[in-house]
Design a protein around this ligand. Structure first.
Ligand code: FAD
Length: 582
């Protein structure tokens, strides 16, 4: 039987699998990706690509292609029906302080596009990448491991030929119904599913109907066709209408033929005079669960294989993207011999809690949105007269308008997008400072993000210019991604000498940061570096390849009396994991 060999096999060519392959190749890891379908998906799901996702896509050189297809949304609106009453919404310009915080916190703002467009872009980049063998039309049929390697049987569906792939590791990104996760005996943990939803992909000029432009979502709040039209980026004629159906009442997914879909859509529009073309129809289940272990031997789980997210808040793919960004550099460090094997366990310990948090928050959003009369699951209450000009109808609309105002953290959640951190990880050296929410008396850390470089945090954004190109500031994140980076303030040479004098655990790039006009490597274009990195004219910050801070010193090396830079590097690659002191 034919056998291929690689360092890492990625199973699944959805958005997370394709990103994983690109991330591994970016770290110099040889990989093969197998996807059972001949082509990328034709039915969109995800549309909201958040700040952290766009930062990672920028690292991969993919973000500009995505922005070219995207919408920077104006907000979200709630209607009884699209030709009925508008009940309220969130116009982002009504939150100037929040919007200013978002713009100050990243060089890669969130956007709305379409998962089918994203997958197509990712596949083009993967196809063009010499470090990845992309095999679409290839289905994983079985997988086993013996401690040293993973052996996977793959069926080339067009040729009818089965062969084996031998890899050191495998990352299963097979979606919610992952057979690899089942074969590994792993279980999804969390509350049982609580609803069924039909996702109807349509072409229709909804904005022409409402007169409202550049909206990410039109929520529909009524008793018979609640749900949401999800906008799909720059193509303003493509939408997905998601509406619940009820198997307990005898409804089934098969009932949704073109006639039934059009009936539902016209009821949601409140008119049948608008031309609507049904492009695709597919069901999904409202379920928020997380796999019990992210790793089984040499097999790892990512994306929907690791967690099923209810899409309220848009944290499914976005969480998956962060996951394998966390994993890729660790696999590379181990494969290069820079880190012990134990570093790979920290994929589970660093990421699972964040997935649990995002899944719970998404579930909370899905439950709270019912109060507005719009829902993906369950039946809305108190909407029987919501369309009518009766006292009861007016009272129902007023109640729903009040409920919409309570959904702020469902739509404005910068803290959840980029405020997460690996605070208690054995790869992080704490510096005794508090979490930003505690330090700044923030009562809602999902909504509010305060830039900070507490060890564990995503390194904060600021604009910097390379010394030789002073007129073209770049996001600070552009200097991360390849290896560890030491950002130094003041005594940059001294810090460099402090590691030159002994062997560091891993290669390290040292970059000094100073004011515009100085001879530092990075020029602090807006004069914000000291503030957001929490330093005062001296000190240093160590940043991992995934852009998270793992150590910080508040003074120069001669006065620093905490964990030394060299020891911190050792910790950062797993050197302290088995230490009883931790
Ligand atoms: C209506 C809706 C809206 C959403 N909106 C958002 C949003 O705005 N933002 C967001 O972040 N998320 C959103 N999500 C969630 C998002 O779509 C998923 O999280 C995302 O698709 C997960 O990507 P994945 O690559 O992990 O899995 P999938 O997209 O499911 O891809 C898995 C791939 O693995 C392949 N595969 C499976 N088994 C095998 C095998 N044996 N061999 C080879 N290949 C195999 C499949 O064919 C598939 O291509 C939404 C979901 C829905 C339903």
């Amino acid at each position: 039987m034919k056998r291929l060999q690689t360092e890492v096999l990625v199973i699944g060519g959805g958005p997370v699998g394709l990103s994983t392959a690109l991330l591994l190749a970016d770290q110099g890891v040889d990989c093969i990706l197998v996807e059972k379908h001949e082509t990328t998906a034709s039915h969109p799901k995800a549309s909201y690509f958040n700040v952290r996702t766009m930062e990672i896509l920028r690292q991969l050189g993919v973000a500009d292609d995505v922005y070219a297809t995207a919408l920077m949304p104006q907000g979200v609106l709630f209607y009884t029906r699209l030709t009925g009453h508008c009940l309220g919404g969130y116009n982002f310009t009504d939150f100037p302080e929040y919007t200013a915080r978002v713009l100050a916190s990243t060089g890669s703002p969130a956007c709305v596009s379409s998962q089918i467009v994203l997958e197509d872009i990712l596949k083009q980049h993967a196809d063009a990448n010499a470090g990845i063998r992309v095999l679409f039309g290839h289905e994983k049929t079985s997988i086993e491991q013996d401690g040293a390697r993973v052996l996977t049987s793959v069926l080339d569906r067009a040729a009818g030929e089965t062969y084996e792939i031998e890899s050191r590791f495998a990352v299963a990104c097979e979606g919610i119904r992952s057979s690899t996760r089942d074969a590994c005996g792993r279980k999804m943990v969390g509350p049982p599913p609580f609803g069924h939803v039909m996702n109807i992909y349509v072409e229709a000029d909804l904005e022409g109907l409402t007169g409202e432009r550049n909206q990410a979502l039109f929520w529909i709040c009524n008793p018979d066709t609640p749900g949401a039209f999800i906008g799909l980026g720059g193509d303003r004629l493509k939408w997905c209408f998601n509406t619940p159906y009820f198997p307990e009442d005898g409804e089934s997914a098969e009932d949704f033929d073109e006639k039934r879909c059009l009936e539902r859509i016209y009821a949601a529009l409140g008119t049948d005079s608008l031309p609507v073309k049904i492009l695709a129809v597919g069901p999904w289940v409202l379920c928020g669960q997380v796999v019990d272990q992210y790793r089984q031997g040499n097999i790892f789980f990512g994306g929907d294989t690791a967690h099923s997210n209810i899409p309220t808040g848009g944290f499914g793919f976005n969480t998956g993207m962060q996951e394998t960004h966390n994993l890729a550099w660790k696999l590379a460090a181990f494969l290069k011999g820079d880190a012990p094997e134990a570093i790979l366990d920290t994929y589970h310990s660093e990421r699972r809690g964040i997935a649990v948090f995002n899944v719970e928050k998404s579930r909370e959003n899905a439950i709270n949105i019912r109060d507005t009369g719009a829902t993906f699951g369950g039946r809305p209450d108190d909407t029987d007269e919501i369309d009518l000009d009766t006292d009861r109808g007016r009272a129902q609309r007023a109640a729903k308008t009040r409920a919409i105002a309570e959904q702020k953290t469902h739509f404005l959640f910068l803290g959840q997008e980029i405020g997460f951190g690996y605070w208690d990880s054995p790869l992080i050296v704490p510096d005794g400072t508090d979490h930003y929410a505690v330090a700044n008396d923030v009562d809602d850390p999902v909504h509010v993000y305060i830039p900070n470089a507490r060890p564990g945090a995503r390194a904060p954004h600021c604009w910097v210019a390379l010394r030789d190109v002073p007129d073209k500031p770049i996001p600070m994140h552009d200097v991360f991604g390849k290896g560890f980076v030491l950002l130094t303030r003041g005594e940059g040479d001294e810090w460099s000498r402090s590691i030159d004098s002994g062997s560091a655990a891993v290669p390290l790039r040292s970059l000094s940061v100073g004011p515009v006009g100085s001879d530092s490597d990075l020029l602090d274009a807006e004069g914000r570096w000291d503030e957001v990195y929490g330093l005062d004219g001296q000190g240093a910050v160590l940043v991992r390849p995934d852009g998270h801070v793992c150590w910080r010193a508040f003074s120069g090396p001669s006065h620093h009396d905490g964990v030394t830079l060299r020891d911190a590097l050792g910790v950062a690659v797993g050197g302290a994991i088995s230490s009883p002191a931790r």
